[in-house]
Design a binder for this molecule. Sequence first.
Ligand code: EPZ
Length: 430
Amino acid sequence: MDRIRIRGGNPLKGRIAISGAKNAALPLMAASLLTDETLTLTNLPQLADIATLASLLAQHGVAISMNGEAPQGGHSGRALSLTAATITNTTAPYDLVRKMRASVLVLGPLVAREGRARVSLPGGCAIGTRPVDLHLKGLSQLGAAIDLTEGYIEARAPHGLKGAHIVFPTVSVGATENLMMAATLADGESVLVNVAREPEIGDLARCLIAMGAEIAGVGTDTLRIRGVKRLGGATHAIIADRIEAGSYAIAAAITRGDLELSGVSVELFEAFLECLQRMGVAVMPTADGLRFVCSGNELVGVDVMTEPFPGFPTDLQAQIMALMTTVSGAAMITETVFENRFMHVPELCRMGANINVHRASAMVRGVPHLTGAPVMATDLRASVSLVLAGLAARGETTINRVYHLDRGYERIEEKLAACGADIERVRGNA
Ligand code: EPZ
């Protein structure tokens, strides 16, 4: 299994091209099931999760082709064409769904187009129980009959889905995406209330509209979707990955460096940028992105609470915690989205961090310096928080289970090394 080895202490300086967003790309790929025409997605990140979903879609009968290398230093990325001319199989098997929970996003499109789907229940995961009850309740409100048998969700709507008024009791990104996709082909109007407003939802809505869907209220907490008989093909550019960008912004801050991130804009993550600024990081717009300058700045701890967008993203909680361990003063970090998303805490403490967790909050007290150590993490964002801590720590840090990082960070060691980090990937048995 690959490992990442870091010798910490180098302030990062340079420019990093931000890739297309993983969490936008996955639902967009699932949307290809809604039409028999070709959906082409550009700015596609090259990640393990994208490959997993491509395998799942291929076994549903989707023809997939990929072309275009990422241009030097740019971020227009690769183009993926998906054509679901005929859906040959409506089952999403356990072996693929258990690898990646986002596989459940094929449920809505399959039922909407084929009138049936059999999708493995995803099960628990390292950051929480993560049920899919909101996806299922919404689909049944759209008229699907839902049964849970032998670990599978069986959904049937032989006469098609019917528009409905659906109020989400809690905000869910995945349920909003699944039901928005399903409602585009339902008979009549659907109103989805208390939907998630993450930028990736807006990106999906814009692509569906380009495919012929009728969706109003994009960017608000209520979506009105008038079902259409069929959707067509489209070409859509995936938005920049705000979580990748936030992670590299923290790399600049934690090494007291100076990084320009191209391809990102303020509205993707205002709450996060405000937090960095309050800590003492200078954030400046550039011609095609944002620059984060921390050289010579004294950074201070500030309290953070994760919330659905436009709040501070849970997917940047582990990374901001790594930063807080290295600044003056204390910070209270409260996680409100997932119930078990502090798995990085014991590993950060092994590197010398001072963190106390009480229920959903972690009290972080800054220490003069972190020290390198062998560490491992149980999920993607926890892993990257250890990379960030390693960049700042004295001595050598080895991060095990790099496959977590490869799910969501494209060429992370290359991007960081190009800006002066002493980082390398140690292959398999080395
Ligand atoms: C998406 O997961 C992201 N994944 C996650 O990114 C992200 O952390 C999360 O949204 C929150 O922003 C993708 O976009 C592929 P939710 P999702 O449904 O859709 C509860 C990463 O690191 N809930 O918004 O699964 C749930 O348990 C990841 O890239 C229900 O109770 O998240 C959680 O507590 C990890 N019932 C909360 O809602 C449901 O039916 C929010 O989950 C659905 C969700």
